[in-house]
Write a protein that binds this ligand. Structure first.
Ligand code: ACO
Length: 333
């Protein structure tokens, strides 16, 4: 059984409420009906009811069983405005500003998650990653004990023996433009935990660089080296090694030559990139050149799950990310 099938099955076993703030977007409408019909989650579309239902008709999609909430008509609007004001008043937010902000579907949906009216949120078919992350960072904030929100992609590379038969996690490809060494260590640890909990993998985490074990020297290599040391000090139970070049991370023969004795080199199934430019370019290279399926970006580290989509996503991509979000919500204690 492939990973997404397992995630679908897990999502169905304990249905969670997932709010979709881009409620009148066509791919989202198609996905919401299917998510509901398949029992993957209880989807909630945000937006003008009449508009959404009319769009559904035009798409030949029956939304009669899908919950739709219009922020302008919601009985919870006042509650969300007050709660948002309380959260952000020390950042200069007035009640008037709070009212304007919370009427925005993305903020409204984030407040639903914050106040437990939904278990998770998925957005990004229209909005940018930053548009989604900002309300998340301001309102949901990080989980206890987590210092930084980051993201990962599940990469499924066809006909490949790298990682776990072509299955690898790449991080961080979407959130932190220039992580410092503490943040890079936190990203490595969070992704190892995600690999275990969400993907049932035995994580072998490679901290990527253009140098392997001292083969080159530069301050950017020092960052990766120090992040590896910090991650190992914080979590000696995890297999995290670096700095490693990509080939030394995934190719056994190169690993034997360049990093003999490493528990990770040659066997890595989690790749941690040194910064966002490398991570974002890296996942897109593999996606395009190797025809890999790239699922994500999936966020990690939020106190409650909120996730992003690529603006080029299909309805099926939305369904997968909703299922993943639902399973993340199940893991929130
Ligand atoms: N983890 C935890 N908290 C954070 C993080 C983080 N990674 N980043 C910012 N914060 C906090 C700040 O401390 C701040 O908290 P406060 O307001 O309570 O004091 C709050 O979040 C907002 O921080 P800002 O610095 O004002 O937010 P900023 O404008 O820098 O935006 C963002 C943060 C959106 C994550 C920004 O770094 C960003 O745009 N990242 C890149 C996203 C992107 O464009 N990705 C593109 C690729 S997507 C793809 O291809 C799939």
């Amino acid at each position: 059984m492939n990973l997404m099938q397992k995630i679908w099955d897990a999502a169905k076993s304990d249905k969670k409420k997932i709010v979709l703030p881009e409620g009148n977007e066509e791919r989202t409408i198609v996905a919401a009906e299917k998510i509901n019909r398949l029992g993957l989650a209880h989807p909630i579309l945000i937006g003008n009811k009449e508009e959404i239902i009319n769009k559904g008709h035009a798409l030949d999609v029956d939304l009669s069983q899908v919950e739709i909430i219009d922020p302008a008509e919601s009985e919870n609007l006042e509650k969300y405005i007050t709660a948002f004001y309380e959260l952000r008043k020390n950042k200069g937010i007035t009640l008037e500003k709070a009212e304007k902000i919370v009427k925005d579907p993305l903020y409204f949906a984030t407040m639903m998650v914050k106040l437990d009216d939904a278990d998770g949120m998925v957005s990004g078919a229209v909005h940018t990653t930053g548009d989604l992350l900002r309300p998340g960072l301001q309102i949901i904030k990080t989980a206890p004990g987590v210092s930084v929100v980051s993201s990962f992609f599940i990469m499924e590379v066809p006909n490949s023996s790298y990682g776990e038969d072509g299955l690898l996690l790449f991080a961080d490809c979407a959130v932190n433009p220039m992580p410092n060494e503490d943040q890079l260590a936190a990203i490595a640890i969070a992704t190892a935990e995600t690999a275990k909990r969400l993907c049932n993998m035995d994580p072998k985490v490679a901290m990527l660089s253009f140098s392997t074990k001292g083969s080159a020297d530069h301050e950017v290599v020092d960052k990766v080296r120090n992040a590896t040391k910090k991650a190992n000090e914080l979590r000696p139970d995890l297999d995290i090694d670096g700095e490693l070049q990509l080939d030394a991370s995934i190719v056994e023969k190169v690993a034997n030559q360049k990093a003999p004795g490493s528990k990770v080199a040659g066997k890595a199934n989690v790749l941690v990139f040194p910064d966002l430019q490398a991570g974002n370019i890296g996942y897109k290279l593999v996606q395009r050149f190797a025809n890999a399926k790239a699922i994500g970006p999936v966020c990690q580290g939020f106190a409650k799950p909120i996730n992003d989509l690529s603006r080029g996503c299909s309805s099926d991509d939305i369904i997968d990310v909703v299922a993943l979000t639902a399973v993340q919500a199940q893991n929130i204690k």
